[in-house]
Design a binder for this molecule. Sequence first.
Ligand SMILES: O=C(O)CCC(=O)C(=O)O
Ligand SMILES: [Fe+2]
Length: 340
Amino acid sequence: MKGDKDSRWFEVECVPKNYIFSKEDRPQNLDAPVSDSIPVIDLAISNLQASAVNINGHNTQLVEQISMASQQFGFFQVINHGIQEKTLSDAMIVVKEFFDMQLSGKETRSRHKEGYIYTRSIDYVKDGVHLWRENLKHPCHPLEECIHLWPDKPTQYQEVIAAYLVEIQKLSSRILEMICEGLGLKEGYLKDTSEVQLLVSNFYPPCPDPSLTLGLLPHYDPSLITLVYQGGSTGLQVMKDGQWLNVGAIPNAFSVNIGNQLEIISNKKLKSVKHRVVTCAHEARQSIVTHVNPCLDCVIEPAKILVDELEPSVYKASQYKDYVQRNKAFGDYTTAIQNA
Ligand SMILES: O=C(O)CCC(=O)C(=O)O
Ligand SMILES: [Fe+2]
């Protein structure tokens, strides 16, 4: 510890032993440049080129770009998405205030309440090693039923995050519609059976030696799509052709990744992407992540029109809630999240 008894767990000069990953799990090549191959898609293009708008009201060029990115990377960033900067910055501020309150308080334990779960770094263990992060999770569908169960401090939290989620709902529906069209599925096939179900906020403090630690282990998301707002910070990496690529810090952009459910529905035409978070010595990372999932009762299987003799079904049908339970998709808290 750097000093007094009120130091926070990450205010240390060296990484404590129980945060050091084994050699195989440690991030290599942290100095790699930000990848310039990850697609950045300008959603405002549709306003400029009205002539290219198709029968569903989508710009054909955008549908093509999203479709290619989802097939080749399972990942892309969107800019000019139409969400006001203030909605985004207000959300980042209340989330930061939430983490600051927990970190400066006397309480050292994680909290598991009816409507949310706050997890300190001490809870996350892989082979005895902890992640370098703090985490807050809560369900968000239906919004009006969940909102009052979220943290009530800071006092603005519920109102600000609800406003953020209303915008995420619109943006994710728009992206899902374009993905749907790119796959040749009928309008509404994805959007009408999906929910912005879970919000996950993360705080990754500066770390004295990022080569030894991880903010988040490599994983695939159990979602249809996941939207990450990182407020211009770095640390997110995606796997492409066996290499970890650094995702750029584009202010106000959203990172969108394809999750396992969309890989199944698309019969593997779209790729669920492996991703992780590395830590940084100089600055903290904060992210607000929304998992857009199928409704719990939905049966998830390859869409019939994407299956034929040449391309037989790669996956068996399964109800989403069974998938979640079977795979413990939300970790130790799967049951709590799904029953919340
Ligand atoms: O913090 C991040 O940016 C990544 C979070 C993430 O991958 C997740 O919540 O599934
Ligand atoms: Fe993820």
